[in-house]
Design a protein around this ligand. Structure first.
Ligand SMILES: Nc1ncnc2c1ncn2[C@@H]1O[C@H](COP(=O)(O)OP(=O)(O)OP(=O)(O)O)[C@@H](O)[C@H]1O
Length: 254
């Protein structure tokens, strides 16, 4: 099923053009990795796709133009895990995860028992149920990342945007998260994630978009597009791509 059909995305901050003529499609179950150097436009692209930054592009989510959605409608379709997420006040981890249900509340309604059970289920799913009653601002950066993932799942949007999702996670949690994304994609979730690690794109995505200076250097299936030549063009480094069993990974040739 075609979820996102984005045509001709261009975007400027004041006079500085940072995205130029970007086109892509996202189907249910896809995991799209956005890769490229610092400052190439990955986060900006996510924000344009979320409608946070307005552009003249023709961006359709489920065949409807993004500008025709109300915020709450869009929040039921897409959740966003930003690079950094501070929550002011002394909310508990449970409260923060439960906030994923905000889009489902009416003005005068409160969280239902079902909302609370969903939050608990997702805290358990990401392995941090034991942190439920801790104050969010007092847990570690990696734990906060996991809490935000639980919140995105509680929001129950089937498209999840993640900006550098493994930042701050220890090695074990990085691998668990990437495996988890693949399992969720098999369940029908769809992801757009930025990453600085071509290895992670090779391991955990089926599609890749390589951005260079705001333009698409190449886009398509990871197996076809994430090549030594493209990695060299993207980062100006020499690597080798090794295959072992069903996995591919990069090693430096510096
Ligand atoms: N609010 C803003 N106002 C003006 N320029 C901005 C703003 N946010 C980002 N930029 C600039 O736009 C360009 C793209 O930034 P963006 O954050 O999208 O890059 P990125 O690829 O996500 O970078 P990184 O990998 O370092 O997170 C950069 O040159 C950045 O300095």
């Amino acid at each position: 099923m075609l979820l996102i059909d984005a045509k001709d995305i261009s975007f400027s901050y004041q006079k500085k053009e940072v995205l130029k003529n970007i086109n892509f499609e996202l189907h249910q179950g896809d995991i799209l990795s956005l890769i490229g150097k610092n400052g190439c436009g990955k986060t900006t692209l996510l924000k344009v796709l979320l409608g946070i930054y307005k552009s003249k592009a023709d961006i359709k989510i489920l065949s409807k133009n993004i500008n025709e959605y109300k915020n709450k409608e869009l929040a039921k379709l897409i959740s966003y895990i930003p690079q950094t997420h501070q929550i002011p006040f002394d909310y508990t981890v449970f409260d923060v995860v439960l906030m994923g249900r905000l889009a489902y509340l009416n003005l005068f309604s409160n969280y239902s028992q079902n909302d609370k059970q969903l939050a608990i289920k997702n805290l358990e799913k990401v392995g941090i149920l034991h942190l439920k009653d801790k104050i969010y601002s007092q847990i570690s950066g990696g734990e906060r990342q996991l809490a935000f993932i639980a919140r995105a799942l509680t929001q129950n949007a089937k498209i999840i945007f993640m900006d550098e999702p493994v930042t701050g996670l220890d090695y074990g949690n990085q691998l668990k998260l990437l495996k988890f994304l693949k399992e969720l994609a098999n369940e029908g979730f769809t992801f757009v994630k930025t990453t600085h690690y071509p290895d992670h794109a090779l391991y955990a995505s089926n599609k890749v978009m390589m951005l260079k200076d705001g333009k698409v250097l190449d886009y398509g299936l990871v197996g076809n597009k994430l090549t030594v030549k493209n990695i060299n063009k993207l980062y100006d480094v020499n690597v080798e791509i090794i295959s072992k069993e069903n996995y591919k990974f990069c090693i430096p040739k510096i």
